[in-house]
Design a protein around this ligand. Sequence first.
Ligand code: SAM
Length: 362
Amino acid sequence: MTWRRPATLWNRHDFDLGVEKIDGYGIMYDDSTFPPVIREWRREHMNVDYLRISVTDGCNLRCIYCNPLGCANLAEGAGILRCDEIARVARLCAQCGIRRVRLTGGEPLMREDIVGLVRRLAGIPGVEDLSMTTNGVLLASVAEDLKEAGLKRINISLDAMDRDCYRRIAGADALPRVLDGMHRAIEVGLSPVRINCVVMRDVNVSQIEPLAQMSVRLPVAVRFIEYCPTTRLTGPASCYVPTREVRGMIESRFGPLCDLVLPDAGGPAVYFKIEDAVGAIGFISGRSSMFCHRCTRLRLTSDGKIKPCLYAGRYYDVAQLLRAGADDEAVLSLLRTALREKGRSTKLNAAAGDFLMQQIGG
Ligand code: SAM
């Protein structure tokens, strides 16, 4: 596979795609420079079946890799989509083939109407799988209600098992509450429960082993995510630790990882397990590898914009349409345009520039 130099560089961060060192995450390629696998994927009709909805851009943590200043543009304002608006977009997306919906943020559990929203989305014909990504701080008291309302599974961000380390990363002394939330989620039968850990050099590398250890005795999939610098605020690219290094640390402590095929995988993670472990280990290698060719996600931001790709500069303003009184046909037409655009979007032709994960939902 050969790569040509990018035509335009949009950002100063380094990226190692495992093929060739490339500078910048917003790189403009012309079509002929795409590797064959991506060209092929673009020719096929993509089966986009996954909608990731950011339900708020407000958060009760200030994670250093996500939003260290705790900025939220809209949380207090009228810009956030209402519950009925989110449900309408999700219903129309289901008519376009969306089968899986994930709620994220900001912190989704900060929305007071979150259980009602889950109930509405779970009742949409065609939506077969409803999940959530949360920091877990508010989870313990609401896990049972979420399950009863129709939530199937949950991802919990947990970057350290050491209380001080957790506090330094998240800006709050909340580790015991997150662990309570995780245990409660397991108890009420949200399944699978997945743990997301963003690995950063000089920050939480020491936590890889205790987090991996958790998968030995608990039915959780502990996933190690390559840190992706998105703004100057979130720290330098040098904090990035490639998956192969993380895997090496786990294997030198627990022995070789065994391959694992999870029935409901299908996302960017690749799964393994420690021998005889109850749970799994996953890796999400957003920087050292490229999984655009198997990405089937659309994103809906908390202020009602459809993004075909996390890194896309272009978006489709569905909130504006809804609020102008558009009928379903007009909204469907916008969604179909976004779906067509999805077939052309990859992180290599993206132009988002700097952004906060919290505003898009990760
Ligand atoms: N508040 C929720 C939480 O903490 O999980 C949901 C929002 S958070 C933006 C969603 C996901 O984005 C988290 O699992 C986190 O690991 C991931 N994320 C945020 N910033 C990231 C970064 N700079 N690099 C890689 N992953 C990031």
